[in-house]
Design a protein around this ligand. Structure first.
Ligand SMILES: Nc1ncnc2c1ncn2[C@@H]1O[C@H](COP(=O)(O)OP(=O)(O)OP(=O)(O)O)[C@@H](O)[C@H]1O
Ligand SMILES: [Mg+2]
Length: 462
C-alpha cells in the first residue's frame, strides 16, 4: 500500500505502518494484547476496498460471533462516516460490507470446523485477513492461502494475520513466523514447481513477523489504562504473555516446563542392551502418532528417539511404514496403543478390529492405560529435572513434530488439570501411554539393584 490508510478514525503507529507497508506476501502481526493488531487488519482491508475496484477482502475469526464482536465492531468504529454516508453498506445475506464506489467487498468469515472451508472453496480472495491466528490449525490456514488469487495483475494479493501467544495454533505460528527469522525481517523461501515440460522453476514466497507491544498503541491514555488492567492480573505467565507477547511462555500452556535447550538432544546411537519400547495413538482422518522410547540403564534417563506422524492413512499402511522405520534387529518387546484400537472395526466384512489389522502386519500392541490424569502427571514428572540438572526425558532433535506440538498444547479450560484435546495432541497421547504403561518388567530387568532410579514409587508404571 503506498498511502497508508483512507480510514477516518485511524492513524497508523510506526509498527502498524510496517504491517501496512511491508512487501512480504504473508505478514503476521503478533504479540502483546492491545497493540492495535485487529485495528490494523481492518484498516488495511477498508483501505484496499476503497482503493481498488472489485476487490475482495476476507476477514476471519473462528466463529461468526467472534467476527461480529471484534472485526465488525472495529469496522463500524473506523468507518462510521462512510457507513453513515451510504458509501459502505452492510449486507447480511452476503455477510459483508459493500463499497458502493468501487463495488468491492469485505466479507466477514468464520472457520470453526473442517467443513466450514466448503463456504470458501471456490472463492477468489485478494486480501486474506485472519485475526487470532493462533486459534487456527495450520492446515486451515493453508486451505485459505490456497484461495488467494486473481487474474488481474493490478490487484495486490496479500495474507495478513494477527494474534497473541497461546491457543491451539501457537506451535505452528511460532515456527512459521517467529522462530524463522528475527522480527521485522523478510523471510525468503524459494519453492520449486514442475512445469508442463518437466523442467523445474522456482517461485519466491515471502513472510514477515511484526511484533506487537502495548507501547505501540497510539493513544497514551489507552496504554496507561490498559497497562493497569494487565498488571492487575495475578497469573505471572498470563501477564507476561499479554504484556510483552512472550512466545516461549504463554497463558494456558500445558507444559510450561519445556525448555528446548534442555529437553532436546542431538541423536546418538542407542546401545543394544538399553530397553526399548514404543507407544501409539490411532487416528485416520486426523493424525496418528507413535513414539519410540529407550532407557539408559545407568542414569535411568528416557530418550524419545523416534517418532511417526501421519494423517489420512489406514492401519495397514501405517503398520508397514512404522516397521520400515525400525531396524531389523530392533528389540521392542512392548508396544502400547490407545485402547480404542480394540473397539473400532477396521473392516465390516471380516469384523476385524484395528488392533487385528496391526497384528496381521506383525505389530502386536497391548492396550495402554488411558487414564488421562495419570498420563499428564507422568509427562510432567518426565519433563522435570533430575538431580544432575537435566530432564528425566530427552527428545532426539529429529523428532520435529513432537518438539513442535508438545510445547504448544494448552490446558483444557473446563478441566484445567488436563490437556485441551482439540490441540495437536497425538504424539503427547502416545508419550503418556508409553510412560504410564511402561512395563515394570522391562524396566526392572535393567535397573541396578542398588539404585531404584527414577519413578521408584511405582506409580509411574501403571
Ligand atoms: N492506529 C489507531 N488509531 C486509532 N485507534 C486505534 C489504533 N490502533 C488501535 N486502536 C484502537 O485501540 C483499541 C485496541 O486495539 P486492537 O483491538 O486493534 O488491539 P489488539 O492488538 O487487536 O488487541 P488484542 O490483543 O486484545 O486482540 C481498539 O479500540 C482500536 O480501535
Ligand atoms: Mg485483536
Amino acid at each position: 500500500m503506498t498511502e497508508i490508510v483512507k480510514v477516518p478514525d485511524y492513524t497508523a503507529s510506526p509498527r502498524q505502518t510496517l504491517f501496512h507497508t511491508s512487501t512480504a506476501f504473508e505478514r503476521f502481526y503478533g504479540g502483546a494484547a492491545g497493540g492495535g493488531k485487529t485495528a490494523a487488519l481492518v484498516a488495511e482491508a477498508v483501505t484496499r476496498c476503497l482503493e481498488y475496484d472489485h476487490y475482495a477482502a476476507y476477514l476471519f475469526r473462528r466463529t461468526y460471533e467472534d467476527t461480529k464482536k471484534t472485526l465488525m465492531r472495529e469496522i463500524d468504529k473506523q468507518c462510521r462516516a462512510y457507513i453513515k454516508d451510504g458509501n459502505m453498506i452492510f449486507r447480511s445475506q452476503e455477510k459483508g460490507y459493500y463499497f458502493t464506489a468501487t463495488e468491492s467487498w469485505i466479507y466477514l468469515c468464520y472457520y470453526n470446523h473442517e467443513d466450514d472451508f466448503n463456504h470458501y472453496q471456490g472463492s477468489e480472495i485478494h486480501m486474506l485477513g485472519i485475526d487470532e491466528l493462533t486459534q487456527f490449525y495450520e492446515s486451515w490456514y493453508d486451505n485459505l492461502v490456497g484461495r488467494v488469487r486473481s487474474d488481474d495483475p493490478d490487484k495486490p494479493l496479500t495474507v495478513f494475520a494477527a494474534g497473541n501467544p497461546g491457543g491451539v495454533g501457537h506451535g505452528w505460528v511460532k515456527t512459521r513466523f517467529i522462530d524463522a527469522a528475527p522480527p521485522e525481517q523478510i523471510i525468503y523461501d524459494k519453492r520449486p514447481y514442475v512445469k508442463r515440460d518437466g523442467s523445474i522453476d522456482y517461485i519466491e514466497t515471502t513472510r514477515m513477523f511484526i511484533p506487537a507491544t502495548l507501547e505501540d498503541h497510539p493513544s497514551a491514555s489507552f496504554r496507561q489504562s490498559y497497562m493497569r488492567s494487565l498488571l492487575t492480573m495475578a497469573d505471572p505467565k498470563k501477564r507476561e504473555a499479554y504484556l510483552y507477547g512472550n512466545w516461549d511462555l504463554f497463558a494456558g500452556q500445558a507444559f510450561s516446563e519445556w525448555r528446548r535447550h534442555l529437553h532436546v538432544v542431538e541423536p546418538f546411537n542407542i546401545p543394544d542392551h538399553w530397553p526399548r519400547w514404543m507407544a501409539y495413538d490411532y487416528g485416520r482422518g486426523t493424525y496418528a502418532g507413535a513414539v519410540w522410547l529407550a532407557r539408559d540403564p545407568i542414569s535411568q534417563r528416557i530418550y524419545l528417539y523416534r517418532e511417526y506422524y501421519v494423517s489420512g492413512k489406514g492401519p495397514r499402511i501405517q503398520a508397514r511404514e512404522m516397521k520400515q522405520l525400525e531396524q531389523s534387529n530392533e528389540q521392542l518387546p512392548v508396544r502400547l496403543a490407545d485402547p480404542s484400537l480394540w473397539k473400532h472395526i477396521a473392516n465390516a466384512d471380516d469384523g476385524k478390529t484395528i488392533a487385528d489389522r496391526f497384528d496381521e502386519e506383525g505389530i502386536n500392541f497391548t492396550p495402554a492405560n488411558n487414564d488421562r490424569l495419570q498420563g499428564i502427571t507422568a509427562v510432567h514428572e518426565a519433563l522435570s529435572l533430575a538431580p544432575d540438572g537435566l530432564p528425566y526425558l530427552q527428545v532426539f532433535s529429529n523428532c520435529v513434530h513432537f518438539i513442535r506440538t508438545l510445547p504448544s498444547l494448552v490446558v483444557d479450560t473446563k478441566r484445567p488439570e488436563d490437556v485441551d484435546t482439540t490441540g495437536e495432541d497425538h504424539l503427547y497421547d502416545a508419550l503418556r501411554y508409553g510412560l504410564v504403561n511402561e512395563r515394570k518388567a522391562t524396566v526392572e530387568d535393567s535397573m541396578p539393584q542398588s539404585d531404584p532410579g527414577l519413578f521408584s514409587d511405582g506409580g509411574y508404571y501403571g
